[in-house]
Design a binder for this molecule. Sequence first.
Ligand code: SF4
Length: 230
Amino acid sequence: MPAKADSMRYDIPALYKFLLRHFGFRDWWPGETQFEIIAGAILTQQTSWSNVEKAIASLKLHGALKPEAIAMMPEVKLQKLIRSSGFYRQKAKRLKAISKHIISGSGSVQGFLSRDKTALREELLSMDGIGPETADSILLYAAGKRIFVVDAYTKRIMSRLYGINPDIGYGELQSYFQAELQKSVRIYKDMHAQLVELGKNYCKARPECRPCPLKSRCKYYKTNTTLAQS
Ligand code: SF4
């Protein structure tokens, strides 16, 4: 847990209000069922969301967006259906593993997700290829449990905006948000989505600072004299 003074220095609630005003409520994560969100969280690893959408559409078209169908399907067929998401061999294995785990452990997606947050997180993290970001995405967006999701956008933005060490650990950065954000699943979901939006539109690998709505409060922008003076 960070010192109170540290988290206050970042003023995360004010950042959320500012982003909300700029981008509007994001209503993220798209998904018609809890299992679609679980599958999306695995498929989005190391790829863009547009590639995930194609894989999800392909699974839906074949009636395969449920754990029973994925568990039964030959792995090669599953690889073909999710090919657009990249790393499709690994992801097919992960989708099959979690589908079988859900069926054998709880019998249903709802039963699986209704477990205690800490126990469910540990269970997810014990599975091959599921790290903290994927596990927390499933907990927050599929299970509706209050836990903040940190991703590459979060680290990049916080490091540029406030000068936080870009190598900060997942848990430490997560605790900054959890210490200061209003304790609401809806706001946790939306804050993550706002940061993704900022990262996609402005704070890219090569930042587009001039049109960025945060430039007047951004450490990176202010310390980059060429940008700030032009
Ligand atoms: S001003 Fe530039 S570095 Fe700062 S948040 Fe915006 S895009 Fe990122």
